[in-house]
Every structure is written in structure tokens, then in C-alpha cells.
Design a protein. Structure first.
Length: 282
């Protein structure tokens, strides 16, 4: 968990409990987190003075994030609302938020625009999402969502390269992608297709055989219909191999269906300080 001010200077977030409070508010994405919820989520053994401790940590975070705010002026970033607190920066001020927004936006963009957006989005990652909070139930769902979205973005980027006729460029990243995530059939399909379009028909067929053997030996299942169809088309030297796979935007449509509706924009007015930019790239 890292934060910067509006000129890029790191903000001192004090101790690990301050970082945990900030991370918990980032997960909520602008929604109010009641004080009682913060206590339950962040204090394993709450004591009588824990509620006061929460207020102390929030006050310290406010001073760190808005150091030049006049004493009587209400906070604009970390606000008190109803029974709790909410983090209300501009939506693009938090890496985790803008990562998801950018990947979703790329799903409906033209390939060259999508490629630029995905390159920027993947460049914001510096490590596992919410590192340091791996065992916290409140972070688990959001961490899993971001991890899944990152894998989708890697495949979406490869699909964009294929649409742009740059198959050879897609091969190295896809090769590493399937090595790290061997159960993703779409990754195997895109790798085989990239190799085929790069003029490496034998390598494409070898990749499809590897995928079939892995799925059969490790999971006891056959490859899905899209993998089987691609292999059949390549073996037959069918002209349909290009026609069937040219529509890489269909991957983007599936990604959009998975992400739209579970990715909420931050409510409330924007704020112009870049801060708390850490959840997707700690």
C-alpha cells in the first residue's frame, strides 16, 4: 500500500494499521464503511477503546493525505458520513480503480486503442494486489477480482495484437502466460493462433498437443470445442482458420460481460490529489 501526493512525492502512511485502514476504504470504492465494520475487519481482538483508536487512525490518515487543509475545512478525500468513513478521491487517483475502468473501456475500443489502454493498465502493476493483506477476508474478493481481470487483460492484449496483424509480438507474453496459468484454455488457443499466424504451423500444433495432454493428464478432461476446432482447421490447412479466429473482439465482449456490473464507479465528487495509488500495484 503506497500513496503519493499531487506532485509524485511519497506520502508517509505511518504504521501498518494506518495502511490497513486505508486499504479497507480503498476496497469499498467510495462506499461508507461503518466504524463497527472497520473494528471487526481490522482488529482481531477489539478492546473497549478500539472505536476511539479507529478515529485516531483516520485523523492521522487525513492529515497525511490532505496536509494543507485548513483546520475548520471539511475533509474532501477521507470523509465522515453517517456511521463511518469513505474514501472519495477522483476515480483515476487509485491504481486499482483506474486499472479496472481502463480494462473495461478497452473491451469496446478499436484494437489499436485497446492495445494502448491495456499496455498502460498492465504497466500499473508492481506486484500482487493488496500485498500484505493476503489473509484478510475483506480483501480476498477484491484481490481475486483484480487478479482475474489482469489475466483477462493479458489475453485481451494478445487478441488486439492478432487483430492488428502483429502475431509474432504476441508470442513471448502468451508463452509466459500459459506457463504461469496452464488451465486457461483461451490462453493456449491464442498462443497457438499467434504461432500459426507468425508462420510457425508446427509449433502451433505442438502447443495444442501440449494443452490437450496437460488437460487430460492433470484434470482428466478433453480440450474445449474452440481448441479442438482450431487444431482441426490448422491440420486441414482450412481457410476457415483465419475466418473463425479473426473475430478476436469476441474475447473482449466476454470480458465486458464478466466485468460490467461488478465494477462500480466511485460515487461522490472527484478530488484532484493523486493518492492511495496502490491497491493494484503495491
Amino acid at each position: 500500500m503506497t500513496a503519493w501526493d499531487d506532485v509524485g512525492t511519497p506520502i508517509d502512511l505511518k504504521g501498518p494499521r494506518h495502511r490497513a485502514v486505508l486499504a479497507r476504504l480503498v476496497v469499498a470504492r467510495g462506499r461508507v464503511v461503518p466504524v463497527d465494520r472497520l473494528v471487526d475487519d481490522l482488529w482481531p481482538a477489539p478492546a473497549a477503546g478500539t472505536v476511539s483508536a479507529v478515529r485516531t487512525f483516520v485523523a492521522a490518515l487525513r492529515r497525511a493525505l490532505e496536509p494543507h487543509r485548513p483546520p475548520r475545512q471539511p475533509a474532501r478525500l477521507l470523509v465522515t458520513e453517517g456511521p463511518g468513513y469513505a474514501l472519495r478521491p477522483a476515480p483515476d487517483a487509485v491504481d486499482a480503480w483506474r486499472f479496472g475502468d481502463t480494462v473495461v473501456a478497452a473491451a469496446t475500443a478499436a484494437p489499436h486503442v485497446a492495445l494502448d489502454r491495456l499496455d498502460r493498465a498492465l504497466g500499473w502493476w508492481r506486484g500482487p494486489a493488496y500485498a500484505g493483506f493476503d489473509d484478510e477476508p475483506w480483501a480476498r474478493v477484491e484481490r481475486s477480482r483484480l487478479d482475474q481481470l489482469r489475466l483477462d487483460a493479458v489475453e485481451q492484449r494478445a487478441a488486439a495484437l492478432l487483430e492488428l496483424g502483429r502475431a509474432a509480438e504476441a508470442v513471448p507474453d502468451l508463452d509466459a502466460h500459459v506457463a504461469g496459468h496452464p488451465w486457461r484454455e483461451e490462453a493456449w488457443r491464442l498462443l497457438a493462433l499467434a504461432l500459426y499466424r507468425a508462420g510457425r504451423q508446427g509449433d502451433a500444433l505442438a502447443v495444442l498437443r501440449r494443452a490437450r495432454d496437460l488437460l487430460s493428464e492433470q484434470l482428466g478432461v478433453d480440450p474445449g470445442p474452440r481448441l479442438r476446432q482450431l487444431e482441426a482447421d490448422i491440420l486441414r490447412q482450412s481457410g476457415q482458420v483465419e475466418e473463425r479466429t479473426a473475430g478476436a473482439h469476441r474475447l473482449w465482449a466476454r470480458l465486458r460481460r464478466r466485468t460490467t456490473g461488478r465494477h462500480r464507479p466511485a460515487p461522490g465528487p472527484g478530488w484532484n490529489q493523486r493518492s492511495a495509488c496502490c491497491a493494484a500495484s503495491p
